[in-house]
Design a protein around this ligand. Structure first.
Ligand code: AMP
Length: 614
């Protein structure tokens, strides 16, 4: 019997359009899942064998595009035109991936006119977005084939550490594949949803999601309360995974059997992977490779991968430290990624956290299954589950003197909205530049520029009069909208930040580390710049004060103020912020009674019916 979905929020029977699929767009494999008879299922291939679509695209000499298993077969025969691991290139510039050329068997192009990488296949160039779109199209075709009707809407998962550029690139890939991407969901959150951890009658729980795939490792610590998921911390290694295990086996065999790696290369890799998979259930593996006999037992395999296992546990330790938790405070441990099938991984992770791990669901499917559940929530078929994440780096704008003014601090829960008012420091400014930065340093030059725009057409006003309201709106997908409005004239403008190049997890960690290392020195610089800014304002008002109050100031007083003024001006050219502050204080002390006198004079004059100076 067919299930008729009812949209509870809107109180109507859902139309066919309301079916939203969940997609796990992975580095090694991708999957699509949907809710069938109330249960999340991953769609299998035509033969009903596997739900995994290898994230591989092959371009045939006549320009036909093959995706998945068909493309995977070409890794051996046509490596230059067979593209894998494209997820690593999403939202990245050539600079970001420089040094990794050897990792890819295909050509990555540095196009001077554009900062994002392109990939060359045959004689054509493709962006990672276009290539990801090909994978998404294949998934779309797969699910449409199963359902017998078109699918237009999807939820796509991304790693918790993906930045705006990478999330936006993923969305764009969806659009290009003809999918309306309703939500980008973090992979660990999706995995937790697949295990129904949000449905357990528990006040709050802390979840560790250990995700070891083919080429990447992620550990995420989530806090779940009242159906809200919050990412407390993430850690990992973007170049650690099952592929390293394969390579360890290859190296071991090459040494043991004196093989020629150049002669065998891809065939050797595939054989090593076969051995690794077999050892997840068997104690020994034996096979032949181009006439050579190769074998491996589980104990040897465990010894080969020990250092990688340790590395993942070090990351877990760091993630816990960042979340200020002990292993014993983790309530659930969820296993994700094909490599968590390795028995040593399961036992090591379980021992580390001191509890059994969640591994009943297929670790390759679990993220897609959770994405389908989230899709169902969005379709209105389930009780609303709110998904909350955090922003990993602070977001702010450049203010006078190149200072970073944070508007949304790092670790803020998203979606979030924050705003602040600014004014001008120069008379008659018509165009106000708003430059948006990401990072923790006090000077914007040390942070990462996300974009800038100019609020044009502000009517000229004296410095300090315009009221410039800046609003940052960070949506659930981590995409930032910046709105600027001059409140007196109502001139406004907004931009959506789509940074042209991405930021890797390592770079993010590096930025954080640098902010800690330079904290003291940054504080000094900030102090100096702030003192200079304040001094500038005082210099401007000192001149104005003399101009406007000539009637009540004695010659001596004018001379004294001018002298202070010159001393302050001189001090702002130096580096001594204490000196600047001291002179400003002296000026304040000296002018306070004068200002009082000026005020009394103005009041007296106005009582006499004269106009107040403005
Ligand atoms: P993923 O990136 O999550 O799709 O993970 C794919 C990785 O899981 C590849 O390195 C596979 O070789 C590995 N993998 C798949 N099945 C097994 C298995 N039975 N035992 C060990 N590793 C596996």
């Amino acid at each position: 019997m067919a299930r008729i979905p009812i949209n509870i929020k809107e109180g109507k029977v859902a139309t066919e359009e309301d079916l939203i699929v969940g997609i796990d767009l992975g580095t090694t494999n991708s999957l699509v899942a949907y809710i069938k008879d109330g249960k999340s299922v991953a769609v299998k291939d035509g033969k009903g064998k596997s739900s995994l679509v290898p994230s591989i695209i092959h371009f045939t000499p006549i320009g036909r595009i093959e995706v998945g298993d068909e493309a995977k077969e070409k890794l051996l025969s046509d490596p230059a035109n067979t593209i894998y691991s494209v997820k690593r290139l999403m939202g990245k510039s050539y600079k970001d991936v420089a040094g990794l050329e050897n990792y890819f068997g295909y050509k990555i192009i540095d196009d001077d006119t554009e900062s994002l990488v392109k990939i060359r296949a045959n004689d054509r160039f493709f962006t990672p977005i276009e290539l990801s779109a090909e994978i998404l199209k294949a998934l779309k075709v797969r699910v449409e084939g199963e359902l017998g009707r078109p699918v237009h809407r999807a939820v796509i998962t991304v790693p918790a550490y993906f930045n705006d550029a990478q999330r936006q690139a993923t969305r764009d890939a969806g659009k290009l594949a003809g999918l309306d991407v309703l939500r980008i969901v973090n992979e660990p959150t999706a995995a937790s949803l697949a295990y129904g951890l949000d449905k357990q009658n528990q006040e709050a729980q802390t979840i560790a999601v250990y995700d070891l795939g083919g080429g990447t490792f992620d550990i995420s610590i989530l806090h779940l309360h009242d159906g809200i998921f919050e990412v407390l911390s993430t850690n990992g290694d973007t170049f650690l995974g099952g592929d390293d295990f394969d390579r360890a086996i290859m190296d071991h065999w090459v040494a043991q059997y004196q093989l020629d790696p150049a002669e065998l290369s891809q065939a050797l890799r595939l054989k090593a992977e076969e051995a690794k998979k077999a050892l997840s259930t068997e104690d020994t593996f034996q096979s032949s490779l181009n006439g050579y006999q190769v074998s491996l037992d589980r104990a040897t395999f465990n010894a080969l991968i020990q250092k990688y296992v340790q590395k993942t546990l070090d990351s877990c330790r760091q993630a816990l430290k960042d979340a200020q938790l002990e292993p014993s405070q983790i309530d659930r441990v969820v296993m994700v990624g094909g490599t968590t099938r390795v028995p040593l991984i399961k036992s090591a992770v379980s021992a580390f956290f001191g509890k059994p791990v969640y591994d009943q669901l297929d670790p390759d499917e679990v993220v897609a299954l959770g994405a389908a559940i989230q899709a169902d929530v969005l379709a209105g078929n389930q009780k609303e589950v709110l998904l909350l994440d955090i922003t990993p780096l602070s977001l702010g704008i450049e203010t006078m003197g190149g200072l970073m003014d944070t508007i949304i601090p790092r670790n803020s829960k998203i979606p979030t909205k924050a705003g602040r008012q600014y004014t001008t420091s120069v008379d008659g400014q018509r165009n106000l530049k708003i430059a948006v930065y990401q990072g923790e340093r006090d000077l914007v030059e040390h942070n990462r520029k996300l974009g800038e725009f100019i609020l044009k057409g502000v009517p000229p006003m004296p410095a300090g009069l315009p009221k410039l309201e800046i609003q940052f709106i960070l949506n659930a997908d981590g995409i930032l909208k910046v709105k600027a409005r001059e409140l007196r004239s109502n001139v406004e403008q907004e931009i959506e930040i789509r940074p042209s190049y991405g930021l890797s997890e390592e770079e993010m960690a590096k930025m954080l580390l640098e902010s800690i290392q330079h904290a003291a020195e940054d504080m000094q610089v900030r102090g100096l710049l702030e003192a200079r800014n304040e001094a500038r304002n005082i210099l401007l008002s000192a001149d104005k004060f003399i101009r406007q109050n000539q009637e009540i100031l004695s010659e001596e007083e004018v001379r004294k103020i001018t002298e202070f003024r010159d001393r302050l001006q001189q001090a702002t050219k130096g580096e001594d912020k204490d000196l600047i502050n001291r002179i400003m204080e002296e000026i304040n002390d000296f002018t306070r009674p004068l200002a009082q006198r000026a005020m009394d004079f103005v009041i007296a004059e106005s009582l006499r019916g004269k106009k107040i100076n403005d």
